[in-house]
Design a protein around this ligand. Structure first.
Ligand SMILES: NC(=O)c1ccc[n+]([C@@H]2O[C@H](COP(=O)([O-])OP(=O)(O)OC[C@H]3O[C@@H](n4cnc5c(N)ncnc54)[C@H](O)[C@@H]3O)[C@@H](O)[C@H]2O)c1
Length: 247
């Protein structure tokens, strides 16, 4: 569908779930994949399923680690065309009212989910600038549009990603680097399935399209945002949730 032959794609949080689905889908379009994750064993397993892919251990909340990751991709592939900022703390977050969240919990979520997006983008930017082009795709969440109780730090971190995307897009237009956000609705992954019983029924009735969403429902938007078909699209947030909410 989208020819991404030899494009070098860096995907964070790609050991499993949505990140792995992105890795497999981009590889199918001919891209060279850097599978990056704190969970190096999972990253190695994902990379093992993709011809020519490399696995890199990274903590997106650590600046040295993100810079090392970017350099490792350059050493292996010599360029970076696409970055998918997908890594996040998600299913392991302990749900509680905002007034019970500790400072340490707040900081951890912000450091990975928001600061991590900034830091990985900062590490990769010089190489995209040298290329004279690039596509950055940030993964937020549709929960930002509706609000959602008992994980306000998560929702706030994902809201921050949308604001950061818009500012970065304005800064990077002159460098021919597009920056966009995908905001998935509840999507069945190993992580989300662990959140509740009957997860596959969650929110289905509220959608225009009344079926559960899988990672495969999200990847098409990422391929589009990585491809020349979206060259005039930047700073945008695309909600992919089967029509549960409109922005
Ligand atoms: N599944 C859903 O319903 C859903 C809905 C909306 C948004 N999202 C977002 O989609 C993305 C993927 O979600 P998922 O369901 O696949 O969850 P997931 O937990 O499987 O994926 C997150 C990945 O990030 C990695 N990670 C965590 N901290 C890291 C760090 N400090 N450095 C590097 N890697 C780190 C984890 O090891 C994991 O592989 C996340 O950004 C999540 O917030 C998911």
């Amino acid at each position: 569908m989208f020819n991404l032959t030899d494009k070098v794609v860096v995907i964070t949080g790609a050991a499993g779930g949505l990140g792995k689905a992105f890795a497999l889908a981009f590889a199918e379009q001919g891209a060279k994949i850097a599978v990056c994750d704190k969970n190096i064993q999972g990253a190695i397993e994902t990379a093992g399923e993709i011809k020519g892919a490399i696995a890199i251990e990274v903590d997106v909340a650590n600046e040295q680690s993100t810079q090392r990751m970017a350099q490792q991709v350059m050493d292996s592939f010599g360029r970076i065309d696409v970055l998918v900022n997908n890594a996040a703390i998600y299913a392991t977050i302990q749900r509680k009212p905002f007034f019970e969240i500790t400072e340490a919990e707040w900081d951890l979520v912000m450091n990975v989910n928001l600061k991590g997006v900034w830091m990985v983008s900062k590490a990769i930017f010089p190489f995209m600038k040298n290329n004279g082009s690039g596509k950055i795709i940030n993964i937020s969440s549709a929960t930002v549009m509706s609000g959602s109780p008992n994980w306000s730090h998560y929702v706030a971190s994902k809201g921050g990603v949308i604001g950061f995307t818009r500012s970065m897009a304005k800064e990077l237009g002159d460098f021919h680097i597009n920056v966009n956000t995908i905001a998935p609705g509840f999507t069945l992954t190993e992580a989300s399935l662990s959140l509740m019983e009957n997860a596959n029924k969650y929110g289905v009735d509220r959608g225009a399209i009344k079926r559960p969403s899988s990672a495969e429902d999200i990847v098409g938007t990422a391929l589009y945002l990585a491809s020349p078909a979206s060259d005039f699209v930047t700073g945008q947030t695309i909600v992919v949730d089967g029509g549960k909410q409109f922005i």
